[in-house]
Design a protein around this ligand. Structure first.
Ligand SMILES: Cc1ncc(Cn2nnc(CCOP(=O)(O)OP(=O)(O)O)c2C)c(N)n1
Ligand SMILES: [Mg+2]
Length: 563
């Protein structure tokens, strides 16, 4: 049997651990889809549209390190580029594969699914801008080198890549691939750079009295959680997390000192950060959102350990090619014990209040939803929170050891949780995935609930219905923040067809009693997703959102420097 370009791509994807590829078919990619489906290790997962397809691959990459979505030219790829933007912003290697016109038609004919002229280079140009490597195969003979280059670069840089496959090349003869290590072997630290970074960092820290470790979202992307734990326990200092890093350090650990988010921090994390005389920043990202409109930019000397570099404040040195995992592990051996910030934090740590239970018939509140969600959490739970007040409700949750937390704070595409939790849960069926999403966000990507039905994935969707774009209201209100209300419970039931497939449970909750009943039914429903529409008052939003929104709006409306 002929080994083809499509077979080469399928083999390489399976060699890097892909078991599901997310697709939307189109006549430019059908033969390629045949080749991928023919591979014994790959299972094709159809999606309802290419935005959801790319976001599902992004969620899949959060679960198992890499994801792939396969779409048709232009009409498919343009929508997929949004999810690729998320993968880029969130440091996730997602491979976007797009079918493309027959090479015999290029510069010759006018074709469908194109801009209507003879220039077919525009998509490749666009893809270059939102990936770390974009390749367009034009001859079968060059396919192995191009495919390997794109996949290897994505894995090394933890950024998305783009592979364009013209419709006539998928079936053309191609060489077989060599060992997987050629594309999967990680970068190693440079020996001398690692040694001198550890020595310089130890000396830098020895001169400090009040050390705090600040954990950022890139720790998880670098697979350095265990090394982080070793370093934290070698020093004995307080450990605080940026909001997008929640879940990277165990919250039942005695050194956990809360989520550091300026004035909207949890557990007085901001107090201990303000008391420190040095911040050990590990995989941190300081944006307008994570610094509450720049009001919480730390201003103490920092030791910055990034995915593959270390920067010191005094003396001001930059060490490149130092892998985060190696650096943290080696610093854990060299660092000396200094628990002064933990001693101080123990004095000021507030008692985590679970909040009082509402009485059964009381109207449902945001707090009651959060309280009952907290009771559901186990080591096997993964919580997804969408852009909106759900961020603030989710950040307040106390994660039991082993529970995972996924958030998309850098890209912030509302509705991301629905396709992303679907992709994630496909890769980790043994976990219980719970989504916290607002009504506005849900309206963006609701169709993907039908794929949770089709593939019988028991995701629990807590839809906080506060009748509109409340996070936007708190930043800057106007008519544009009002939306059409849906009957969300009824909608998801429409995704269950009479004939086959799983079943979606759609429930409404207006009181504390109704939501506890709904959650009980949700936990028992395994044959597909459960959506619980939690009806709360339009003004029932977290005080953290109000504070945060105020300062973000102020940052957005700063007059331009030249004025
Ligand atoms: C794709 C996309 N389009 C627009 C936005 C701007 N945006 N950010 N948050 C929102 C409103 C979110 O409303 P909900 O999901 O109802 O959340 P709540 O804050 O809980 O009401 C918008 C419209 C966005 N973040 N992503
Ligand atoms: Mg809302």
């Amino acid at each position: 049997v002929l080994f083809t370009v499509g077979d080469y791509l399928a083999e390489r994807l399976s060699q890097i651990g892909i078991r599901h590829h997310f697709i939307v078919p189109g006549d430019y990619n059908l033969v390629l889809l045949d080749k991928l489906e023919a591979h014994p290790a790959l299972t094709e997962i159809g999606c309802t549209n290419e935005l959801n397809c790319s976001l599902a691959a992004e969620g899949y990459a959060r679960a198992c390190g890499v994801g792939v979505c396969v779409v048709t030219y232009s009409v498919g790829a343009f929508s997929a580029l949004n999810g690729i933007g998320s993968a880029y912003a969130e440091n996730l290697p997602v491979i976007l594969v797009s079918g493309a016109p027959n090479t015999n038609d290029m510069d010759q004919h006018l074709l469908h699914h194109t801009l209507g002229d003879h220039d077919f280079s525009y998509q490749f140009e666009m893809a270059k801008r939102v990936t770390c490597c974009a390749v367009a195969i034009r001859r079968a003979a060059q396919a192995p080198e191009l495919i390997d280059r794109a996949i290897r670069t994505a894995l090394l840089k933890r950024k998305p890549a783009y592979i364009e496959v013209p419709t006539n090349l998928s079936r053309e003869a191609c060489a077989r691939p060599g060992p997987a290590s050629a594309i999967a072997e990680p970068n190693l630290s440079d020996g001398p750079a690692l040694d001198s970074a550890v020595i310089a960092a130890s000396e830098f820290l020895c001169a400090k009295q009040k050390q705090v470790i600040l954990v950022g979202p890139k720790v998880r992307r670098a697979g350095a959680q265990k090394a982080l734990l070793r370093l934290a326990e070698a020093i004995g200092c307080a450990v605080v997390l940026q909001p997008a890093a929640k879940g990277s350090f165990p919250e039942d650990h005695p050194q956990f000192a809360g989520i550091f988010w300026g004035q909207v921090s949890t557990l007085a994390a901001d107090t201990i950060v303000n008391w420190a005389d040095v911040l050990i920043c590990i995989g941190t990202v300081f944006t307008d959102y994570s610094t509450v409109g720049w009001t919480a930019l730390p201003n103490v000397p920092q030791l910055v350990a990034d995915i593959d570099s270390v920067t010191l404040a005094h003396p001001n040195i930059y060490f490149s090619r130092v892998q985060l995992h190696d650096f943290l592990s080696r610093l854990a051996e060299a660092a000396s014990w200094n628990s002064s910030t933990m001693t101080e934090y123990t004095r000021l740590r507030p008692d985590p209040s679970l909040g009082h239970a509402s009485r059964g018939q009381e109207k449902l509140t945001r707090k009651e939803v959060a309280r009952q969600t907290q009771l559901l959490l186990t080591p096997e739970t993964t919580v997804f929170t969408d852009t909106g007040d759900s961020w603030f409700n989710g950040i307040q949750l106390c994660l039991p050891r082993g529970a995972e937390f996924e958030i998309e704070m850098q890209w912030g595409h509302i509705g991301w949780t629905i396709p992303a939790s679907f992709g994630y849960a496909l890769a980790k069926p043994e976990r219980r995935t719970i989504v916290m999403v607002g009504d506005g966000a849900f309206q963006m990507t609701a169709q993907e609930v039908s794929q949770m039905v089709r593939y019988r994935i028991p995701i629990i969707i807590l839809l906080l219905n506060n009748r509109g774009y409340t996070i936007e209201v708190e930043i800057h209100d106007g008519l544009y923040n009002r939306i059409q209300n849906w009957d969300y419970a009824l909608l998801v039931q429409a995704f269950s067809s009479k004939e086959e497939g799983g079943r979606a449970l759609g429930l409404e909750a207006h009181t504390a009693e109704e939501i506890s009943g709904a959650l009980e039914r949700a936990m028992a429903h395994k044959d597909g997703p459960t959506l619980i529409e939690c009806n709360i008052h339009p003004d029932d939003c977290s005080r953290e959102l109000i504070t945060w929104g105020h300062f973000v709006a102020a940052a957005n409306s700063r007059v331009s420097a030249k004025d």
